[in-house]
Design a protein around this ligand. Structure first.
Ligand code: ADP
Ligand code: MG
Length: 338
């Protein structure tokens, strides 16, 4: 847990390092939804409202809080869900279908078996993994007029790959509603920005320079992305993990194997106008690996952009982002256009 938490503490400020404000904006950080949330806005009261909102979504979507809607669904196999839960589950199923299950909200039993952030550092045996995989097909999550139901015994929902994005969408809308023009909100690796950072106003490139962590050395930033509006979601193997016998076991699982995904991607960043979608897609791209991710991107099923940092230290950047991405570590990394 300590290691995982340490990693998280490192990621949040790195992602935000260029979002930090000099004087005009006030920043507040709190821990919620298993991550550090930082809100940089003009009014402190905005952060308070966002904190309350985040608390509400955590109480709905958490897999571990016993009274959450997701816990009730996992226990009872059915739920008359609130609108937010219905909307999010529906989005989760859509992305699961579109990504052929690379993003899969029905992985709860696998996520809880590995319990990556617990500090137990336990590698389950293959029998336990095979058992946990039973019921994980996303087709077991059924949403209809009567509510939500799980079609197979053993199916457990886990929204860890999409719920923070959803909360960020709502936090962003709330900030706009409260009249905030220039702000940056991050839920761990999910960041939303609007307008410009005060420091960028002194330059000819206004906006927010969102720092992207070097997945091979998370103390460092490998580049920045200039954004004026919208969201970036980052999924990487360096975020929540433990190391045993020299091997890294991280928190993003390949739904086909039940083991931490082993693609050629070290870190997948998705830029979108829908934070929940971006959150789920970054998880999916990471699992898919660069060939499938590129194919998916080119299929045009969803409107998004991406930066994929590969294990061979090449960085694949989609067209639209090329002029906005600045690589700082030009010695070790090479940018290629998608
Ligand atoms: P983070 O939670 O660190 O932002 P992601 O958005 O990539 O990272 O989500 C990873 C989380 O999603 C895991 O901690 C777990 O709860 C859940 N998860 C793991 N593998 C998958 C998967 N293949 N599809 C959907 N959710 C997953
Ligand atoms: Mg995600």
């Amino acid at each position: 847990m300590k290691k995982a938490l340490f990693a998280l503490v490192c990621i949040a400020p790195l992602l935000l390092c260029r979002c930090s404000t000099t004087y005009e904006l006030k920043s507040q950080t709190f821990f919620a939804m298993n991550t550090f949330v930082t809100v940089s806005t003009a009014k402190e009261s905005t952060a308070e409202e966002i904190k309350a909102l985040t608390d509400k979504y955590e109480k709905l979507f958490s897999r571990t809080l016993p009274q959450s809607e997701i816990s009730i669904l996992n226990n009872d196999g059915s739920l008359v869900a609130k609108d937010d839960t219905l909307l999010l589950l529906d989005k989760a199923v859509q992305v699961a279908k579109a990504t052929d299950g690379a993003y899969n909200p029905c992985m709860g039993s696998v996520v809880s078996l590995w319990d990556i952030s617990s500090g137990k550092n336990n590698v389950p045996d293959s029998e336990a993994v095979a058992k946990a995989l039973v019921g994980t097909s996303f087709e077991n999550l059924c949403i209809d007029d009567n509510g939500v139901s799980l079609l197979q015994r053993g199916t457990q929902i886990d929204l860890g790959g999409i719920a923070k994005g959803y909360a960020l969408d709502k936090a962003y809308d709330k900030a706009r509603e409260l009249g905030e023009e220039n702000f940056c909100i991050s839920f761990g690796g999910n960041v939303g920005v609007h307008g410009s950072s005060p420091s960028s106003l002194k330059t000819d490139k206004t906006g927010w320079n969102v720092g992207i962590t070097n997945p091979f050395d998370k103390e460092k930033t490998l580049g920045t992305l200039l954004m004026t509006e919208g969201f970036i979601s980052v999924s990487g193997a360096y975020e929540r993990y433990f190391k045993k016998d020299g091997k890294i076991y991280h928190h993003i699982f390949d739904p086909k194997t039940g083991y931490p995904s082993e693609s050629d991607i070290a870190c997948a960043c998705v830029v979108s106008t829908d934070a929940a979608l971006g959150d789920a897609l970054s998880t999916a791209m990471f699992v898919m690996g660069s060939d499938r991710a590129r194919e998916f991107y080119k299929s045009g099923q969803y409107d998004f952009d991406m930066i994929l940092i590969l294990n061979d230290k090449s960085i694949l950047v989609s067209d639209e982002l090329v002029p906005l991405f600045s690589l700082s570590d030009t010695e070790n990394f090479k940018v290629k256009q998608i």
